[in-house]
Design a protein around this ligand. Structure first.
Ligand SMILES: NC(=O)CC[C@H](N)C(=O)O
Length: 360
């Protein structure tokens, strides 16, 4: 049926709407993803919870959906906006077309919509709220909370702990909405991984006798998780710790730093990042709206180490005394390049050598 996306600026764009009930509006934050491939990983990355994703690449669905590229047990994004949807999906591993997957998971999507124009509006006005609707005249933005004010991690974190692999080191992964690829990388590095709910106490984590802590990626504004910060700090002061994306932002907050929202987020597979310690540049996979504020680190024991070459924003930190490292980008890739996957190896070194290993 004919449908519309209505932006918070009041602008509206017409397309063909699938999977939405007549008269039932879908409210979400609208963000854009610039990768040419990777729609399956985007759809199933829990960090996209509460967001509708506009794909800048004009043809989506062309290689279908397979059984191995899901980043979590089910699709997580609130809705998708696609210029042209390929409804067959040609690939030898494809088990179903994207449209079938979206239908099964009850994820609405708008196709035939002017994604270029929408992305230009987002770049001008920033990530904002948007509504998918069949009736643009009745859209009411007061029906959803302002951006960054909703706590979403509790809707995606595991309820009970679960263990993967049987390696010699034991990593406890605090789950704020983890991607499967993070666990796969840790297991491939020879670690046993226990994923625990994000609200697990310090004592419970300690009783698992970890060699290291991984603070995972996840959806929403890191400041919604202030209650967890003392535990995160205590864990990082006790064990070698690696933070990824939301986990990186939480580490910064826990040690007294601050975060802020980018005008529009980094979501794509070709974000250049420099490691100032090694002078190496990585092409990285990214998906975030918030960043650590450089000035907020002055009175903390954290120092910035990685920077985004496009806009100069902080892409990673390390602690001055402790084996604590964090990155805003995704070394586990999926989707995107795995240039920075060796950071999992560095984490392994941190677990055996401590802070010394950070002098690479
Ligand atoms: N991928 C992530 O962990 C995202 C972190 C956070 N929700 C942000 O948007 O900045």
């Amino acid at each position: 049926m004919k449908g519309y996306v209505v932006l918070e600026t009041g602008e509206q764009f017409e397309g063909v709407l699938f999977g939405a009930e007549q008269g039932k509006d879908i409210h979400a934050e609208i963000v854009f993803f610039t990768g040419m491939t990777g729609y399956q990983e985007v759809l199933s990355d829990p960090s996209f919870k509460g967001q509708m994703v506009v794909f800048t690449y004009p043809l989506i669905g062309n290689y279908g959906i397979n059984q191995s590229d899901f980043e979590s047990l089910k699709p997580q994004a609130e809705a998708l906006l696609i210029s042209e949807l390929n409804v067959s999906g040609h690939h030898y591993e494809s088990s179903q077309p994207l449209s079938d997957c979206l239908k099964q998971a009850d994820i609405p999507y708008l196709t035939g919509v002017d994604t270029r124009a929408i992305v230009k509006r987002i770049r001008k006005n920033g990530d904002m709220r948007a509504v998918l609707t069949t009736n643009p005249d009745t859209v009411d933005f007061s029906a959803s909370s302002p951006l960054g004010e909703q706590e979403v991690v509790s809707t995606v974190s595991v309820q009970n702990q679960v263990t993967f692999g049987a390696g010699e080191r034991h990593v406890v992964l605090m789950d704020f909405g983890y991607k499967k690829s993070i666990v796969s990388e840790l297991v491939a590095e020879g670690n046993k991984v226990t994923v625990v709910p994000y609200s697990t106490s310090f004592e419970e984590v300690a009783s698992l006798e970890p060699d290291g802590i991984l603070l995972s990626n996840g959806p929403g504004n890191p400041k919604q998780l202030v209650a967890e910060l003392p535990i995160i700090r205590k864990l990082a002061e006790t064990y070698p710790t690696l933070g990824i994306c939301l986990g990186h932002q939480l580490l910064a907050l826990a040690f007294g730093g601050d975060t802020e929202k980018l005008n529009f987020g980094h979501r794509g597979a070709n974000q250049p990042v420099i490691d100032q310690k090694t002078n190496k540049v990585y092409m990285t996979s990214q998906n975030h709206s918030y960043v650590v504020k450089e000035t907020s680190l002055a009175h903390t024991e954290l120092q910035s180490r990685f920077f985004n070459i496009n806009d100069g924003s902080i892409e990673g930190l390390e602690h001055k005394r402790l084996p604590v490292l964090s990155v805003q980008f995704h070394p586990e890739a999926h989707p995107g390049p795995s240039d920075s996957a060796q950071l999992f190896n560095l984490f392994k070194e941190m677990m055996s050598q401590g802070r010394e290993s950070l002098y690479v």
